[in-house]
Structure formats: C-alpha cells, structure tokens
Design a protein around this ligand. Structure first.
Ligand code: ADP
Ligand code: MP5
Length: 266
C-alpha cells in the first residue's frame, strides 16, 4: 500500500508552449509532489512571443469537466487562473461554494505579453461574487489596481489596496505581488489581523512568463498538504525566486521559469 497523495486542482487556460496556465500549474504541483488535476477554461494559441489566438471553452463544457472531477475524487485544494467569461465564472462559483476546500484565485487579466485574457464585464463578477469565496487572492499590481481602484506605486498604496480587498470586497486574505514595482521583488500577504512581506533581490531577466501561475500553483500545492497560508506563501516565494534565477532559456521571446530549480523541503 502506498500513502495517499495530496491532490490539487487547477481551473485555468492552456499555453501550448507550457510556460503559463494549466501546464505551469501541473508542473508546479508535480514538483511539490502533489497530484495534479485540471479543468480547462480556454485554449490559447500562445508562445513566449505572445498570444496568437484564444478559444473559450463553452461554459457547459467547463461544468462537464468539473462534474467529472467532483463526482469521482475530491481535491484537497484548488486554484483558478484564466477565466475569460462571466458564464464560466458562474459555473465555477457553484462548485466552490458547494465543496469546501482552500481556494486560491489568481485573477489573471493580461498576459506578460500584453494580451487581454478576460472580458471586461467578467471583472465585476470576479470581484463581487468569486473573490469572497477564496481563501486567498493573488493579484499582481495591475490586477490589484483594476479590482480596487487604488493606484499603486509604493508600499503605502499596496496597504490601501489591501484594505479595499479585505474591508470592501470581502476577501479573507490577499497576496499582492510586487513583481512589477521598482526595486526588490516584494510580495505582501494581508490577513484580517496580520501583514507579512517577503522580499527577494530582483533578477534582471525578461524570462518571467508564467511567474504568477507558478507562484499561485505552489501555494495551492502546499495548502493541499495541509500547510498554513503563511507557510504556503513562504514556499511559493522561495520556489518562484529560484525558478526565475535559473530560467531554462526556452523560446525566442519572454521565456518560462524553471520548475525543477527549487529543492526545498517537501
Ligand atoms: N524579476 C524578478 N525577480 C525576482 N522575482 C520576481 C521578478 N519578477 C516577478 N517576481 C516574483 O514573481 C512572482 C510573480 O509576480 P508578478 O510578476 O508581480 O506577477 P504576474 O506574473 O502575475 O504578473 C512574485 O513572487 C514576484 O515577486
Ligand atoms: C493560459 C494563460 N494563463 C495565464 C497567463 C498569464 O501568465 P503570465 O502573466 O505570467 O504571462 C497566460 N499567459 N496564459
């Protein structure tokens, strides 16, 4: 008999070159020794140079995939990434409110290459209906600005945005990623009564395709193991820092990170 594995589910879009979305999530789960499952929201035709095309899966078919999963085996944690339409978000909401498990929402809006990955009218639904269902939400600076209406240039602004997330939007916690601010790469975890920030030297690279996906997937994997959010945040930060420091130089554009680089305790 083998011991049962923790299971993590990602609900996200695909990137055929494997740097972002579902493939990045599954690689991240796997490298943390967590069994990965996925329900695909959109098929994208993209590579390290940009997004060439997007095909959104019909909402009913997202439902069919989630039904296949939840009628068979319960994941221990789940994350969502690219969810392009309100119809798909409505489907997801039914499952995340029916089944209780840690949910990490990465509110993906625009790819590193600048392509819009969410329809404008889905953003309101995301903010008002989905975010409050999450254990944590992991916006980058631009996504935090869009969701809170706060312009963010420094740490004080990050705090203002976090206050809006927690007091007005009603999220349980938020991790605001500072990858796009100046200076060191600092990420902030705000829970109701505590604030934790983790800093790393900024790596001078443009190979950051899929960093947000990978970071939130590692956090989800750790939550699936029963780790606390603070522990998961620490592992996510250490993992992504190593993964960016040792990028594999794949592709002709802004390349992916290295899912083998981090060797920390499992
Ligand atoms: N150049 C960099 N050097 C070190 N860490 C980085 C760098 N760019 C991003 N990060 C880290 O990668 C993670 C993803 O951050 P960010 O780039 O802000 O999000 P997104 O990929 O969603 O745009 C965060 O932990 C951030 O601190
Ligand atoms: C399917 C999919 N999901 C998410 C992202 C965002 O990732 P990044 O902002 O790191 O390019 C992406 N490019 N593609």
């Amino acid at each position: 008999m083998t011991e049962s594995l923790p299971i993590a589910l990602t609900v996200a879009g695909t990137d055929p070159t494997g740097g972002a979305g579902v493939l990045a999530d599954i690689k991240s789960f796997h490298s943390r020794e967590v069994y990965g499952m996925s329900a695909v929201t959109s098929l994208t035709a993209q590579n390290t140079m940009g997004v060439q095309d997007v095909f959104n899966v019909p909402a009913d078919f997202l439902k069919a995939q989630l039904e296949s999963i939840f009628s068979d085996e319960m994941p221990h944690a789940m994350k969502s990434g690219m969810i392009a339409t309100e119809e798909m978000m409505r489907v997801l909401k039914k499952y995340v409110t029916k089944y209780e498990m840690p949910l990490v929402i990465d509110p993906v809006m625009i790819s590193t290459s600048g392509h819009n990955l969410i329809s404008e009218d889905a953003i309101d639904y995301l903010r008002d209906e989905l975010l409050p269902a999450a254990l944590t939400v992991t916006p980058n600076i631009m996504e935090a600005e869009k969701l809170t209406g706060v312009d963010i240039e420094n740490e004080e602004d990050v705090r203002k945005a976090a206050k809006v997330f927690i007091e007005e939007i009603g999220v349980k916690s938020v991790i605001i990623k500072g990858g796009h601010l100046k200076g060191a790469a600092v990420d902030y975890l705000f829970e109701k009564d505590s604030e934790t920030s983790l800093s790393s030297d900024r790596v001078d690279t443009h190979h950051t395709h899929g960093t947000g996906c990978t970071f939130s997937a590692v956090i989800t994997a750790e939550l699936a193991k029963g780790k606390t959010l603070k522990e998961a945040f620490h592992t996510g930060k250490n993992y992504i820092t190593k993964a960016i420091q040792e990028t594999p130089e794949i592709g002709r554009g802004d390349g992916p990170v290295n899912h083998f680089a981090y060797k920390g305790e499992l």
